[in-house]
Ligand binder design. Sequence first.
Ligand code: FAD
Ligand code: UDP
Length: 378
Amino acid sequence: MKPSPKQRPDYLVVGSGFFGGVFARVMAEHGLRSLVIDRRPHLAGNCYTQSQHGIEVHQYGPHIFHTSDERVWKFVNRFAKFHHYIHRVVARYGETTYSFPINLKTLEQLWGVRTPEEAAARLQAECIPHAQPQNCEEWLLANVGRQIYETFFEGYTTKQWNRSPAELPASIVRRIPIRLADNDRYFDDRFEGIPIGGYTRLFENLLDHPLIEIETGVDYLASRKELSSIAPSLVYSGAIDEFFDYRFGALDYRSLRFVSEVIDGDYQTTAIVNYTSAAVPFTRITEHKHFAGTQSSKSVITREYPDDYAPGRTPYYPVRDPQNVARYEQYRRLSLQLPVIFGGRLGSYQYFDMHQVIAQALSKAEAELALRGQVQQR
Ligand code: FAD
Ligand code: UDP
């Protein structure tokens, strides 16, 4: 289907997630018109939420907004008020529920140590030193030792990525904090919260501007020829390998399957429980009502099953092992030869969180405005 915008846009923006949404907004505030399209039947990309029994359900997995970047925090607060939510997770292994991420409480549960000094001494005794740990397994053995690796990381990581942690870059797990204190927060950032009314409403506000038009249910690649003349400039936040017709081969991604059910009452006491054993086929259960403290006699819970990616499924996580990074680099170099702005998790083949995608979109929009300024001055 070819969209017919009311006026010729300056930009065709592919993808209505944070990358496309923020880029279009900044341009609109500088007098430039965008048509935002998305192949899905809704806007907001992977952040899309929908109300069920008065509960905002995160349709593509749990999304907690966190950042230490004041500029990003101020930007998103223009489009939503945030519920002051502090993300805390517990981990189930066998019949035991542990405090997670690893903190003093976890170490007390595992080893009976009570003080930071006792914990540090025991942890040091457990760790298997490695001069330059490269992969997840080496890094975890060097930083937490074998028991913690096997209890919390080995099974979960193998399920999530369908590879041994020894074949995955350490960056995947380095984002999880390890603390010798009671602090059991999942994130260390200055700002954290959940948009009141859900992410979809935030996106409706973000895209609510007279210079932005939106068409959902439109696949750029399916109508590339007709769409190429719709605007002089293209912004692309879909998968970069798909854009180039896989000419250097397909990049690897991991996909997910979400299985939700509505129950009476409450299921668990936190929004997320991680299931770290390989014997359980899903990685986590999300109970959505806890994100916003919603009072409801019903509850919506979602089990998250890692899945292989194949065309037609959603690519959620880039698998950034050395081969894929090298292949992405070929696509990135090729992309520099085109007047197309690539960005976002899929356009950059990066494991970005929301705040990082927003920061990227703000800076790409600024660079584009600067370029336009130069062009106009000539
Ligand atoms: P997306 O939101 O994926 O948007 C891209 C859009 O482009 C999609 O809607 C897609 O349909 C559309 N598109 C692609 N190709 C085409 C095409 N050819 N034609 C038309 N449309 C197209 N981040 C956090 O900060 N906190 C969290 O707690 C968190 N939890 C997460 C949990 C899960 C399970 C996942 C997968 C991610 C999580 N993230 C989290 C990351 C977050 O989802 C991303 O950083 C963010 O959504 C990326 O925005 P984006 O615009 O790059 O991509
Ligand atoms: N991880 C793990 N056990 C856990 C939680 C995370 O092994 O209980 C590993 C896993 O490899 C995961 C990575 O740490 O992909 C990052 O975890 P995070 O919770 O940040 O994942 P996301 O929310 O991005 O899916």
